[in-house]
Ligand binder design. Structure first.
Ligand code: CP
Ligand code: NVA
Length: 306
């Protein structure tokens, strides 16, 4: 069987997404009852990270440990991917040593190159273009707090970034509506958006956040300047000033709206303290769900080889 890489959510068919989300929910329930299933006993995970991380690193490492395996973290200083070592050489070495890789990098091409040259599954742990693991955990969170994804309207207020691109791909497969409200010039990648439309996804882009959130089931936001865009932070702060998720904006949505943020948050910029600490916020459920979703994802990736 072909090895199962997850470079984007396109690598999972609808049935695979359902399988991963339902295993994630089961693993979460069992863990709460004090039971950990050693589904990946003896397996080894390498984390090759070129950008900082709290949630992704911690949840992959703890997740693999809870599944009975072990994890090795290789940060930017050790590997110096593309400087000390090519991505292709790095992955060919690690393929001899571990069973699965999670890679956090800049260009999507780097994670694609590692998947192409590696003989073990490669998971995209965030690139400039996509953040599939985040959106998997977010889907699990929405299932938990809304009961089902069917018919939900998710409104993302902010930048048309890597998290948005993964939402667009999720909307290609799953029956929810997705709207991005962003300033002009910060729309998502045209090709990714057009492909979602062509696949029949109910997706839209608007520049009016107040109108967009009316009736929303979830309001989602993320930092205005992603990792790698630090030099643009000042300009972006000005461009996004009218796109803050604050009490006034949240009040325009339904009373049971869920407020979501992938974290880390810049409180006072894209989201206010009041909202992130408020009764609508599910941000820490999202963070915890990274663990359960990635455990299920690693099991799915390695199922092909067992
Ligand atoms: N949300 C997320 O991916 O967090 P980290 O960057 O801390 O991993
Ligand atoms: N868009 C953000 C997500 C961080 C989890 C970034 O890429 O920095």
């Amino acid at each position: 069987m072909k090895k199962r890489d997850v470079l984007t959510l396109r690598d999972l068919a609808r049935a695979d997404l359902d399988e991963v989300l339902s295993l994630a929910a089961a693993l979460k329930r069992e863990r709460a009852e004090g039971h950990l299933r050693p589904l990946l006993a003896g397996k080894k995970l390498a984390l090759v990270f070129q950008k900082p991380s709290l949630r992704t690193r911690a949840t992959f490492d703890i997740g693999m440990t809870e599944l009975g395996g072990s994890a090795l973290f290789l940060g930017p200083d050790e590997v110096q991917l593309g400087e000390r070592e090519t991505p292709a050489d790095c992955v060919r070495v690690l393929s001899r040593l571990v069973d699965i890789l999670a890679v956090r990098t800049f260009a999507q091409d780097i994670v694609a190159e590692m998947a192409a040259f590696g003989s073990v599954p490669v998971i995209n742990a965030l690139s400039d273009l996509y953040h599939p693991c985040q959106v998997l955990a977010d889907l699990l969170t929405l299932q938990e707090c809304k009961g089902a994804l069917e018919g939900l309207h998710v409104v993302f207020v902010g930048d048309g970034n890597n998290v948005v691109h993964s939402w667009l791909l999720a909307a290609e497969k799953l029956p929810f509506r997705f709207t991005l409200a962003c300033p002009e010039g910060f729309e998502p990648d045209r090709e990714i958006f057009d492909s979602a439309v062509a696949a029949g996804a109910e997706v839209a882009v608007t520049h009016d956040p107040a109108a967009a959130v009316s009736g929303a089931d979830a309001i989602y936001t993320d930092v205005w300047a992603s990792m790698g865009q630090e030099a643009e932070a000042g300009d972006r702060e000005r461009a996004f000033a009218a796109f803050q998720v604050n009490g006034e904006l949240v009040a325009r949505a339904g009373d049971d709206v869920a407020v979501m943020h992938c974290l880390p948050a810049h409180r006072g910029q894209e989201i206010t303290d009041e909202v992130i600490e408020g009764r609508h916020s599910v941000v820490f459920d999202q963070a915890e769900n990274r663990l359960h979703a990635q455990k299920a994802l690693m099991v799915w990736c390695l199922a092909a080889g067992t």
